[in-house]
Ligand binder design. Structure first.
Ligand code: NAD
Length: 499
């Protein structure tokens, strides 16, 4: 069995805590590796070394830092298949989807090549007599990224790219479920010219996360994961005086208006609901057809598509629509929620509970499920299931449909399917959710826009990637200077407007 490591000072370093977590192949259920879980001492050591390395890196001009990003882009493209293969084997998602995971992270590194432009300050010439005023964006120092299992390439790259391009050193604490790809990415950045110590990958669990929160050298923490942990990290991190942004769970609604193209809507729902086994924070987990006629027409189209879904291991290539979920515990939780849906009176239209795959009986596969007549008080509606389970909530009107999405505690993504421009525009303007799709089921913004949810899906005031990420990972200093220095105005005792 492979024994994984940390990545400290530009090399793989074995863990010393004596604690490990199993890394599974979700398709077979076998343990394929074990990953060390860092102690507080290991974390503190990595931070101290990162702080030393950051001084020179932070003083390197932004163009040179951008060149490291440029080189990393080429190397990630070179290693795309290798990264995707490893990603699929630890996460379970299909090979094509794994490549998309790497690609969407890569696009943020491409955006970071613009660091010199993004870090440019502002300048006011002659703000007063002989006075110029300028602001500059400077790195924070050592920052941390804590990432979830479901995008083990994309989200670490969303954190690393902007943090490093801004001149910080980063402590990356990836998910202990699929830690290999972040380690491979660290090797790639070294090959791209990143100095040793500037990126430290510290594997671990709650103990290392708490050590991050307690470490006074760490200036900022960017987290992505479930809402309870997001809230915990946000509260503790802020209380410790750090800059913190935490992105949490989701329950994304797709509203289907009576005038929508039903075939298009059904295709969109199947892809967005069951792709990656529903383990996406932007997955659609609630379909809200407006009117019973719409619901019936949609259901008629959805059921055969869902029943035809091909579930299997990534090694089966194009024959598979989605793979296993990440762990046995995740599978158990999904099936428990399905039972609660039945008990609370929802109609289970497609039942995936007995799904078995010959030769992969120990894999963590979950068949597709579709519930109809789900109501807002049911647990399957309130909770994030994070599995291949789509709930249909029938709404009598557009107002009822938008009200459902607005009243839900999560606010990550949402979509409306309609041919009516008025309805689409009203929806986009009124909805209290961070990312909105109009006839687009998974509206993940591209790298040069920003990504972030509202309500319990996001804590903190800046989003991920795009210009916000450069603001989050840098701080503004404003300088007021007077030249020539010989101007004499006498002592000033009061605030007054600039002459
Ligand atoms: P998770 O919250 O279990 O873990 C996320 C990170 O927190 C991991 O690095 C993990 O080691 C750490 N962690 C876990 N328990 C902890 C604890 N008690 N104390 C401190 N740290 C702890 O999330 P996950 O299961 O890895 O990922 C799935 C979740 O992430 C879903 O809720 C999904 O919606 C969410 N997600 C959100 C976004 C977004 O942008 N909003 C994107 C992707 C995933």
């Amino acid at each position: 069995m492979e024994e994984l490591s940390h990545w400290i000072d530009g090399k793989r370093v074995a863990g010393t805590s004596g604690r490990f977590a199993d890394v599974f192949n979700p398709a077979t259920g076998e343990v394929q590796a074990r990953v060390p879980l860092a102690s507080k001492d290991e974390l503190d050591h990595a931070v101290a070394r990162a702080a030393e390395a950051q001084r020179a890196w932070g003083a390197t001009n932004p163009q040179k830092r951008a060149r490291v990003m440029m080189a990393a882009v080429a190397l990630i493209n070179r290693d795309m298949d290798k990264l995707a293969e490893k990603l699929s084997s630890e996460h379970g998602k299909t090979f094509v989807d794994a490549k998309g995971d790497v690609q969407r992270g890569l696009e943020v590194i491409e955006f970071c090549i613009g660091a010199p432009h993004l870090l440019k300050g502002e300048f006011t010439d002659s703000a007063g007599p002989g006075i110029d005023m300028y602001s500059m964006r400077q790195p924070l120092g050592v920052v941390a990224g804590i990432t979830p299992f479901n995008f083990p390439a994309m989200i670490p790259l969303w954190k690393m790219g902007p943090a490093l391009a801004c001149g910080n050193a980063m402590i990356l604490k990836p998910s202990e479920r699929d830690p290999s790809v972040p380690l491979m990415l660290a090797e790639i950045f070294k090959e791209a010219g990143l100095p040793d110590g500037v990126l430290q990958v510290v594997n671990g669990d709650k103990e290392s996360v708490d050590a991050i929160l307690d470490n006074e050298t760490i200036q900022a923490v960017g987290f992505v994961g479930s809402t309870p942990i997001a809230h915990y990290i946000y509260s503790r991190g802020c209380a410790a005086g750090k800059r913190v942004q935490c992105f949490g769970g989701a329950k994304n609604h797709m509203i289907i208006m009576p005038d929508a193209d039903m075939d298009q809507a059904a295709d969109a729902l199947v892809g967005a609901g069951y792709g990656a086994a529903g383990e996406r924070c932007m997955a659609i987990s609630v379909a809200v057809p407006v009117g019973d006629g719409t619901a019936d027409a949609l259901r008629e189209r959805l059921v055969p598509k869902i029943e035809a879904l091909k579930v299997g291991p990534y090694t089966a290539g194009d024959d598979v629509d989605y793979g296993p979920v990440v762990t046995a515990a995740a599978k158990e939780n999904i099936l428990r929620l399905v039972e609660s849906g039945i008990e609370q009176g929802a109609e289970l239209v497609v039942d995936g509970r007995d799904f078995k795959l010959q030769g992969y009986e120990d894999g963590f596969f979950v068949g597709p499920h579709l519930f109809d007549h789900v109501t807002p008080e049911m647990e399957i509606y309130r909770k994030e299931i994070f599995g291949p389970v789509l709930s249909m909530v029938r709404a009598a009107s557009y107002e009822e449909a938008i009200g459902l999405a607005m009243d839900h505690e999560y606010g990550n993504g949402t979509a409306i399917f309609t041919r009516d421009g008025d309805a689409a525009r009203d929806f986009a303007n009124r909805i209290n959710i961070g990312m909105v799709g109009i006839n687009v089921p998974i509206p993940v913004p591209l790298a040069y826009h920003t990504f972030g949810g509202w309500k319990k899906s996001g804590f903190g005031d800046l989003n991920q990637h795009g210009p916000d990420a450069f603001k989050f990972y840098s701080r503004t200093k404003t300088v007021t200077s007077r030249w020539p220095s010989g101007i004499k105005q006498g002592a000033a005792f009061n605030f007054k407007a600039m002459d």
